[in-house]
Design a protein around this ligand. Structure first.
Ligand code: NAP
Length: 328
């Protein structure tokens, strides 16, 4: 495969345009392993990279795609052999290294995970960074909160991270309440995933300036940040926990020390990008086995490179629902 297709983002006169272009294998960056990408997935960071967000991608032209799964085409790393099924999530892929929205990538061997038996390549990308982040969040939450301790709230309900987090929590026996901005449209579909209730995100916003309110949640998986995170911290019961991974609702939040020193709550920060490989392997082992939801492929849609732009735009507008995998 000497030439391949990729969705490239170009900067022209301070504007950013996306185009599907043909590239040569010689255009790939330095690296140990060349991979023929079969599936990628769409994450919020990809949408940001595709509109020129310098916090994600410094230099353009660039190929986004922070996740990629495929077959090893060529390897200078002896751990990998030609034809092997592998995937990558995070590190610098799709940020400043050309990513999974191209049919070929070249990356360092340390970034690569061999596909476990319990997953297909497509399933590894149904999870992708979103699923890995969801699982990392559940893993941390479960260190502090067991299913019999009360209700667990998941915010940003129709988003990818939230969607997979709630599926895993349901599988593990937690009582899950989902907060979303799209109750009317999405309640029925979300309820089908086995959650106990779906509520509007306005119902969890605490307007009070008091440092704590009546305990409501044993744990919260927050994917939104901002005022939602500010509110939920006030309503965590004694010994409970919150995980924070996202900023779609704002990068700042406020808290006093009181929920921490009077209720002994824990706030876990979740990072999927630089997460060490030994922990990654623990999490992917759970994702391919005991945590794998029966409903993994519900609310998942497959798009081709040509239809990707529409989804990226919807994501930026907060109008996307569910999870998308990209067929290369
Ligand atoms: N820390 C990490 O390693 C890591 C890894 C992956 C993702 N993330 C971050 O996690 C967040 C979620 O990612 P994702 O892939 O699930 O994104 P996503 O699919 O776009 O979902 C985000 C969801 O948040 C809700 N939302 C959107 N705008 C909002 C607003 N202004 N206020 C409150 N809620 C809003 C929407 O759900 P509803 O309408 O249903 O409420 C939306 O579906 C992003 O910020 C992403 O950057 C972090």
């Amino acid at each position: 495969m000497e030439n391949f297709k990729a969705l490239r983002v170009f900067e022209e006169n301070s504007e950013f345009n996306r185009k599907i272009v043909e590239r040569s294998i010689n255009d790939l960056p330095e690296g140990d392993v060349t991979i023929q990408v079969v599936y990628s997935s769409i994450n919020y960071k990809d949408a940001l990279s595709s509109i020129g967000n310098r916090g994600v991608t410094r230099k353009y032209p660039h190929t986004p795609g922070i996740d990629a799964a495929g077959l090893v085409l060529d390897s200078n790393d002896e751990k990998f052999s030609k034809g092997e099924e592998v995937f990558i999530t995070g590190y610098d892929l799709g940020m400043n290294t050309d990513g999974g929205f191209g049919q070929l990538i070249r990356v360092p061997g340390e970034w690569i995970i061999k596909k476990p038996q319990g997953l297909t390549l497509k399933e590894s990308m149904i999870y992708g960074t979103a699923g890995f982040t969801a699982a990392l969040s559940v893993y941390r939450l479960a260190q502090e909160v067991s299913p019999d301790e009360g209700k667990v709230l998941v915010t940003g309900g129709t988003g990818s991270v939230a969607n997979i987090a709630m599926k895993i929590l349901v599988k593990l026996g937690y009582d899950v309440i989902v907060a979303t901005g799209k109750v009317e449209k999405e309640k029925e579909a979300l309820m089908k995933l086995g959650v106990e209730d779906v509520i509007h995100r306005k119902e969890i916003e605490e307007e009070t300036s008091r440092p704590m309110v009546k305990s409501r949640w044993s744990g919260v998986i927050d994917t939104v940040g901002g005022s939602v995170l500010t509110s939920v911290i006030k309503a965590i019961q004694y010994g409970g926990a919150v995980t924070t991974c996202g900023n779609v609702g704002g990068a700042s939040f406020e808290s006093s020390v009181y929920p921490f020193i009077l209720r002994g709550i824990t706030l876990f920060g979740i990072d999927s990008v630089q997460c060490p490989m030994d922990l990654r392997l623990v999490i992917w082992d759970k994702l391919q086995g005991e945590w794998k939801p029966e409903t993994l492929d519900e609310m998942v849609q497959e798009v081709e490179l040509e239809k990707l732009e529409n989804v990226l735009d919807k994501m930026i507008e907060g109008k996307k629902t569910g999870r998308y995998v990209v067929k290369l």
